[in-house]
Design a protein around this ligand. Structure first.
Ligand code: ATP
Length: 916
């Protein structure tokens, strides 16, 4: 069978029944979709729900609990059959059943959390959907990539992915990288000519393959394969889909949980030994006497909610960031964002509005002021001499011809299409009365050499009745360097006499104007058709320069100020002129000195890595840089242990984005390739979104820290109250000496209800008001650094001691065992509920408004009320060993447990104590 690459472009179009001027019609799209399906790879099947449910049983806490169930059953069996102790047997049996119920509840919570996390992540993934430009019903339109059908005509340009297998039907300097299929890392040139013989994939120069990157030029292709029926689809099964990567915090916490499990095993062993020593013999009875306490201890010492809370908090963070227009690609990045210490940003479009207007130009003879802002092509052009604008000036012709932008009027509003710099020049042409259409009557464009930020130039080759000419526009310094001649006062002169030009460029740049020059070169037909870009863009004649205003975004100044307060350095890395960069950086507050140092790309080129290392700290502006320089700057900053976030928009920025700790791509103007390599996508292209995402990242980390503080403190309180009981108790009143301070089910209740639910709510907390006033945290710092351990141990032990004292007090007052345990239980519950308000502050309870977090208030209310209810409802009395208490005692156990929190926080405030 003849393959698509063996057919001519016309034959392929005929075969697929497509008119190259119309594209597919709606009916054809529907038909072809029915015939060939959608453009999606058959992704890895979703994990079935039951598997996610069973995952809940793999949590360490559940394993401990299953062990506890087994021990309780054994204990019950022993009591019934060997001790004839029906009461104890029943209690142990209830304990086993209740623990089982809690295990199922716990697995269900894990299940629902996993499902909602998955839903949020899927929603985020959908926001990241790629798009493609296709011709349908005579109109080029942008559609989601998955909607491409066979027969569609797709248009690609530098920085795009090829999203289906195509046969190229138009190409202009088109080069693609198809290393994912061929292993060949270099870009390969593509054309449209049919290939007669059988050819290997790598040599099919008229075909494009799904997943390739367009590294240069542009092209139009007709889709011949989609989804699984592409070359990529053939090998997709070999390519593993990247899974949700665990964040460093998740890994740390997993380790912490497993260490705590070991501690828990140690404590259980210890209680059993104590039991044996107390009984004076090694027997089932001696072990059984402490079994209840050891089960309670095992349950108490594991911060079981930790992994779930962590994934909830990170997902909330990712969703919140997305609501602020920052799309985070992995949970990992949510965390890293919070520790960012350097943000290096492109200038154009991120710090500035990317709405460009030419305000001045010089055509080699006269200087002009251009009136009117925006895209409406109205505005006077006023010369510094009395002369009128020369419509035949090579400057205006070049500015309009080397230009792919257009401005169309729709309902009285002029809408721009294309690159903002080119839009500005297009509008200038219209103001002067020079349009591309009129120029094309005499100039036939035969080649376009697209702009790249490495060259900082763009050219077209035109054929006129006088011969062939290259028009180039680009960065003035680059054009002057590549020029042999200049147009000065209407005459061609040696390029060494460029002082006049340089002065004008400098003047424009000092006014924060972006500068762009135009040049030309007459060439032969042979050169026009065959010479490479490098060969063509030299020996030029520079004919003029324009100054373009691109106003700073108004909101950026405040963001820079906030970031500086947060000790985050803002750096501008731009391809633009040094003076322009400095003027804008000064305007935005990125530098405080009008003459701040600017390092240019050419200087970086000369520097060794060590020299660059010595200057990167303290330099806030880099100008005329290429994407490779960005990578070098990142590396040196990282050597200084800085966490670098960097923006990029062009295809060549992808490696720099990968090298940065947080690669940031532009959602609107960015190329698909940069979006793919980024960790954060700015859906609105705004710098302020970076600031908000960093704030979110910091808040998330703070919330996790608050949660850890609370969770660990309560665990210490539970364990210490039980250990006090184990070591100190003698029989008091009606309470026998071996009675544990809390029953195992009380501990379970505390761990899974009254402590966990408020802990979850900490994940929804807002940021402390001074979160952007502190310096970035050290990424290597443990989450328990800065006296967190001592704070946890001291507060936990004090709380545990209070619980134990409450137990003793109740026993002394003549309470039964169940009543004494209930007093201890409620003292613990309310101690924790007061403490949670302290834990949510990095300082003390007095520094935060307790009503800020409505989720937390609701959770605390629920935990408090339900904990009291389980002491009053008979069913729970039987199962949990709780007992009803007098009203006055309820009031005491609600309010007295507030004391440690308020007293310790008060002392901390007054004496500025850090250790708790
Ligand atoms: P940033 O890196 O901050 O986004 P930038 O957009 O100015 O800055 P580049 O796109 O690399 O950086 O542009 C560098 C220079 O190249 C510009 O200052 C301008 O002189 C020139 N230039 C920009 N766009 C074009 C274009 N479409 N055609 C020709 N020259 C251009």
């Amino acid at each position: 069978m003849t393959k698509f690459y063996q057919l001519t472009t016309d034959d392929v179009l005929d075969k697929l029944l497509v008119d190259s001027n119309v594209g597919l019609t709606n009916e054809q799209v529907q038909e072809n979709r029915k015939l060939y399906g959608t453009n999606e790879l058959n992704e890895k099947k979703d994990t079935p729900a039951w598997k996610i449910f069973l995952k809940g049983f793999q949590e360490p806490i559940v394993i401990v609990l299953l062990g506890a169930i087994l021990l309780s059953l054994l204990s019950s069996f022993y009591a019934f059959n060997f001790q004839n102790n029906v009461k104890h047997g029943k209690e142990a049996l209830y304990e086993a059943i209740a623990i089982l119920i809690l295990v199922i509840i716990n697995a269900s919570i894990v299940f629902f959390q996993e499902m909602s996390t998955k839903k949020s992540l899927d929603a985020l993934k959908e926001m990241d959907d790629r798009t493609t430009v296709v011709l349908r019903n005579e109109e080029w339109q942008t559609i989601p990539t998955k909607d491409i059908v066979v027969g569609d005509l797709i248009k690609v340009k530098m920085g795009d992915f090829v999203e289906a297998d195509v046969r190229w039907i138009k190409s202009s300097e088109l080069q693609v990288i198809e290393s994912h299929l061929t292993g060949e890392a270099d870009a390969i040139s593509k054309d449209t000519a049919a290939i007669s013989k059988d050819t290997q994939l790598a040599d099919r120069s008229n075909m494009g393959y799904s997943g390739s990157t367009v590294s240069n030029g542009q092209g139009v292709g007709i889709v011949v394969g989609i989804g699984d029926n592409t070359e990529l689809g053939n090998i997709a099964s070999m390519l593993q889909n990247t899974d949700k990567k665990a964040s460093p915090l998740q890994t740390t916490i997993k380790k912490l949980t497993s260490s705590l499990m070991k501690v828990s095993a140690g404590i259980v062993l210890l209680t059993i030994i104590v039991g044996i020593i107390k009984a004076g013999e090694l027997s089932v009875a001696s072990i059984s006497s402490v079994l209840s306490t050891s089960i309670s201890l095992a349950v108490a010492s594991i911060p079981d909610a930790m992994p779930i809370v962590l994934s909830i908090v990170l997902t909330i963070g990712a969703t919140k960031t997305a609501l602020n227009n920052g799309l985070v690609k992995s949970l990992n990045s949510v965390e890293t964002l919070g520790s960012t210490s350097y943000i290096s940003s492109d200038k154009t479009g991120t710090l500035t509005q990317n709405q460009m207007t030419v305000t001045n130009f010089y055509d080699g003879t006269n200087s002009y002021d251009v009136k009117g802002r925006g895209y409406t092509p109205e505005g006077d052009i006023i010369s510094d001499s009395s002369s009128v604008v020369n419509l035949d000036s090579a400057f205006l012709i070049g500015a309009v011809l080397v230009n792919e932008a257009s401005v169309k009027e729709e309902d009285g509003v002029f809408k721009p299409f294309g690159n903002p710099t080119e839009i500005a020049l297009n509008v200038l042409g219209q103001k002067a009365g020079v349009t591309k259409e009129s120029l094309l009557l005499k100039n036939k464009i035969i080649r376009t050499l697209p702009f790249t930020s490495d060259r900082k130039m763009m050219s077209v080759v035109v054929e006129t009745d006088k011969g062939y000419r290259l028009y180039t526009k680009g960065a003035p310094d680059v054009l002057l360097q590549n020029s042999q001649q200049l147009l000065l006062d209407g005459k061609l002169v040696e390029s060494s006499r460029s002082q006049n030009f340089e002065k004008i460029i400098d003047d424009y740049a000092k006014q924060a104007l972006r500068t762009i020059a135009v040049a030309y070169r007459d060439i032969t037909k042979h050169q026009a058709q065959t010479s490479s870009v490098e060969e063509l863009e030299q020996n030029l004649t520079t004919v003029g320069v324009a100054g373009i205003i691109d106003p700073p975004r108004p909101e950026v100044k405040a963001s820079v100020k906030t970031l500086n307060e947060a000790k985050i350095e803002v750096v501008m890395i731009t391809g633009d002129h040094a003076q322009t960069a400095r003027a804008i950086a000064y305007d935005l507050g990125i530098v405080k000195d009008k003459n701040a140092r600017v390092i240019e790309g050419s200087e970086i080129e000369e520097m060794t890595d060590d020299q660059l290392f010595n200057v990167v700290i303290g330099t806030n502006i880099y100008a005329r840089v290429t994407p490779e320089h960005k990578q070098r700057i990142i590396r040196q900053l990282q050597k200084h242990k800085q966490i670098v976030a960097m923006t990029g928009d062009g295809v060549n920025d992808a490696p720099a984005l990968k090298a940065a700790d947080i690669g940031i791509a532009m959602g609107i103007t960015g190329t698909e390739v940069t979006k793919d390599s980024a960790d954060l996508i700015l859906l609105d292209d705004k710098f302020t979104t970076i600031e908000k995402s960093v704030r979110n990242g910091r808040m998330i980390y703070a919330n996790i820290k608050n949660f850890m503080r609370h969770e660990l403190t309560t665990n210490v309180a539970e364990v210490s109250s039980l250990l006090f009981g184990l070591f100190l108790t003698q029989t008091i009143g009606q309470v026998p000496g071996e009675t544990a301070t809390l029953s195992a089910l009380m501990v379970l209740w505390v761990n899974m209800i009254s402590d966990s639910i408020p802990s979850f709510a900490l994940g929804y907390d807002v940021a402390e008001s001074d979160i952007m006033k502190e310096k970035p945290r050290d990424v290597n710092e443990s989450i328990l650094a800065n006296n967190t351990w001592s704070r946890v141990l001291i507060r936990g032990t004090v709380m545990g001691m209070m619980v134990y004292l409450a137990f003793i007090w109740a026993a002394r007052m003549g309470a039964t065992s169940n009543q004494a345990q209930t007093v201890a239980f409620l003292t613990l519950v309310f101690g924790q509920l007061w403490h949670v308000f302290d834990a949510r502050s990095s300082k003390t309870i007095f520094r935060r408004n307790p009503f800020e977090n409505k989720h937390l208030l609701a959770a605390v209310l629920f935990a408090g009320v339900s904990s009291i209810l389980v002491t009053t409802i008979p069913f729970f009395n039987t199962v949990m060993g709780t007992a009803q208490l007098p009203i006055i005692v309820y009031l005491m156990v609600i309010f007295i447990p507030a004391l440690p929190t308020f007293v310790l926080s008060g002392i901390k405030e007054i004496f500025k104590i850090k250790i708790w």
